[in-house]
Ligand binder design. Structure first.
Ligand code: ADP
Length: 319
């Protein structure tokens, strides 16, 4: 293994830059030649590979987004596109590839693996929806962004004695909503893992009002319900003033938390160790206090665990 490349693919996540930095610096430390592929798998097809040096990754550990840019590539999902990508990698003498992204990006990495390259996947997605890891890079930052929003909303919610419905991201999962709801003391958390009942949300609200609560924050995961409809439903059933906030792509940006930077640095370092040992077909995860590798197959065949005990606890603490 002499030459390796790193790319970021799919949805961006804060901490991707810290992972790129770790891959680049660890590679150079081990005298590997390191290249960056721009715009994910599109860059392999459109011939966008650039050499990276120590200075290329200076001053990025604290920045959200990805200096390599990211993209979704339909061409890479066709045999012709994949052949073109592999031919370009071979032409550049690249044997190993680190793929930083989500589940879809790992599927792309497996394709490269099958075409004879040694690949390691690093899980980076704010949705935290990848199995065999407790945390994906970016999740902690996104949750902190939501907490920050809840704190601010609470100030005005308390002053005006209002109910706020806040919609958060998470695709078809409720991991962000659950963690932010527990940490932010949300009165209700609406997530796709639990069938949505407007009546249940309203009865929780009423219970709070009866014991003197004058404001509430309800978190809705984007995959569970539409926050505007939830707001309208509460207004209709309880004749109560409700404001709706959709946080949207705010949650994708911002300076990564210390946790995400440490996780990204550890995973970037481990990815290079695996490639040096010619051990590909690995997706990294952080569980039981350590960064560990799983095969892509293990990832694709596993189900992401949902923290039901946290969900139950959040319900109890918000009474
Ligand atoms: P994420 O990695 O965040 O889950 P996507 O699902 O959009 O994001 O996947 C990112 C990219 O990975 C896609 O645009 C495509 O280029 C590649 N990809 C996804 N699924 C496959 C697949 N089954 N085979 C080959 N490439 C894939």
């Amino acid at each position: 293994m002499n030459r390796i490349a790193v790319l970021t693919s799919g949805g961006d996540a804060p901490g991707m830059n810290a992972a790129i930095r770790a891959v680049v610096r660890k590679s150079i430390y081990h005298q590997l030649e390191i290249f960056g592929v721009q715009r994910g798998y599109s860059g392999l097809i459109n011939r966008e590979i650039i050499p990276l040096e120590l200075g290329s990754v200076a001053d990025i550990i604290h920045r959200g987004g990805t200096i390599l840019r990211t993209a979704r590539s339909h061409s890479f999902q066709t045999p012709e596109g994949q052949e073109k990508a592999a031919a370009y990698l071979r032409e550049r003498g690249i044997e190993g590839v680190v793929v930083i992204g989500g589940d879809g990006s790992f599927r792309g990495a497996r394709v490269l693996e099958e075409m004879g390259f040694c690949t390691v996947g690093i899980p980076a997605t704010i949705d935290n929806d990848i199995p065999r890891t407790d945390f994906c890079i970016g999740f902690d930052t996104a949750v902190n962004t939501v907490i920050d929003a809840i704190n601010k909303v609470r100030d005005t919610a308390t002053s005006h004695e209002r109910t706020y419905v806040i919609e958060v991201m998470g695709r078809d999962t409720g991991h962000i909503a659950l963690a932010a709801g527990l940490a932010g003391g949300a009165e209700s958390i609406i997530i796709p893992e639990v069938p949505f009942s407007l009546e249940e949300v309203c009865s929780r609200l009423l219970r709070g009002v009866k014991r003197g609560k004058r404001h509430s924050v309800i978190l809705v995961a984007e995959g569970a319900a539409n926050a505007v409809s939830v707001g309208q439903g509460i207004k209709r059933l309880l004749q109560m003033e409700v404001r709706v906030i959709i946080l949207g792509h705010l949650q994708r940006g911002g300076t990564p938390t210390a946790f995400d930077r440490v996780l990204a640095s550890r995973m970037g370092g481990k990815a290079v160790d695996l490639l040096l040992a010619n051990k590909g077909n690995q997706a990294l995860g952080y569980w039981q206090g350590e960064v560990r590798g799983s095969t892509y197959e293990e990832i694709f065949n596993s189900k992401k665990e949902f923290l039901w005990s946290d969900y139950d606890l959040a319900g109890i603490l918000a009474i």
